[in-house]
Ligand binder design. Structure first.
Ligand code: TYC
Length: 118
């Protein structure tokens, strides 16, 4: 059976440069890869969307179980807004589109937005 070898640290990048004696030397620099900017999908409260619909949406699009989805919905209901999940930019934007489309189709004014996590 093939096993995966542990991830290696990034190989240092070698940059040619000239020293004072005009010979070429290689400087060793470790390349730093930044993690991607993450975005939180924030759902907003309103007075019309049924609580049950919000719970189903959170379960379906944010992969939460019933209890977690209910807690998130209640937080939104009480505080005015709440975070449903944190994703990379494209995934967060897709989640927003899915929620807005489902709400629109069902005739509810449910709103959600994505915002960068600092
Ligand atoms: N406030 C709504 C009600 O009382 C429920 C609700 C919760 C609506 C969360 C939107 O994002 C929301 N029916």
């Amino acid at each position: 059976m093939a096993t995966k070898s542990p991830a290696k640290p990034p190989a240092p990048v070698q940059q040619p440069s000239r020293d004072e004696g005009d010979s070429v030397v290689l400087e060793r620099r470790t390349q730093k890869v930044q993690p991607p900017q993450m975005y939180q999908v924030v759902m907003l409260n309103d007075d019309y969307t049924p609580m049950e619909f919000v719970v189903v949406v959170i379960q379906e699009f944010f992969n939460k179980d019933l209890e977690t989805a209910t807690q998130i919905m209640l937080k939104i209901h009480l505080d005015g807004k709440g975070v449903c999940g944190v994703y990379t930019k494209d995934v967060a934007a897709t989640k927003v589109d899915q929620v807005l489309e489902a709400a629109h189709k069902a005739g509810h004014p449910l709103q959600c937005v994505c915002e960068p996590v600092e």
